[in-house]
Design a binder for this molecule. Structure first.
Ligand code: ZN
Length: 160
């Protein structure tokens, strides 16, 4: 169990498409949960700690007093609702800024747990938004990449 350093934009590892996990990931997942809680986050993707693999962790409810750590290995978004909503998103790799991003309000996800068993579930609310944000990280996509050019320039100025 360890709290790891979190990479910050513009580290190139944050814009790299990650590879599938095929081996035991329990230790990595445990370290990522420790790191996420220590950073006061509700989601953390493997590339944010320099592991270019398809894994993210989430706890959508711990800040409300009901911890529910979840680990998603090799996740795949199978379906996104047509309904979308715009809301503010922070990112532990872009700690200086919060950006308004449009996301589907529900998603259906297939993933493996740390024993590599397969699960499928539909998520709504904050969990759906968090999943889309972390899933983006596995494809090298940051909140910045959702902005139009003018808004991106403004955001980058705030970061540099
Ligand atoms: Zn992020």
């Amino acid at each position: 169990m360890a709290v790891l350093p979190i990479l910050r934009w513009p580290d190139k590892r944050l814009t790299t498409v990650c590879s599938a996990n095929i081996a035991d990931v329990a230790a990595l997942a445990a370290d990522m949960l420790d790191t996420m809680y220590a950073a006061q986050g509700r989601g953390l993707a493997a590339p944010q700690i320099g592991s270019l693999t398809r894994l993210f962790v989430m706890d959508a409810t711990w800040k409300a007093g009901t911890p529910a750590p979840q680990v998603f290995v090799n996740p795949e978004i199978l379906w996104r609702s047509a309904e979308t909503a715009v809301g503010p998103e922070g990112c532990l790799s872009l700690p200086e800024i919060t950006l308004d991003i449009s996301r589907a309000t529900s998603v259906k996800l297939r993933w493996q747990d740390v024993q590599m068993a397969v699960h499928e579930q539909t998520f709504t609310g904050f969990a759906a938004i968090c999943i889309q944000h972390e899933y983006d990280h596995l494809n090298g996509v940051l909140t910045l990449d959702h902005l139009d050019p003018a808004a991106r320039t403004t955001a980058e100025k705030a970061l540099l």
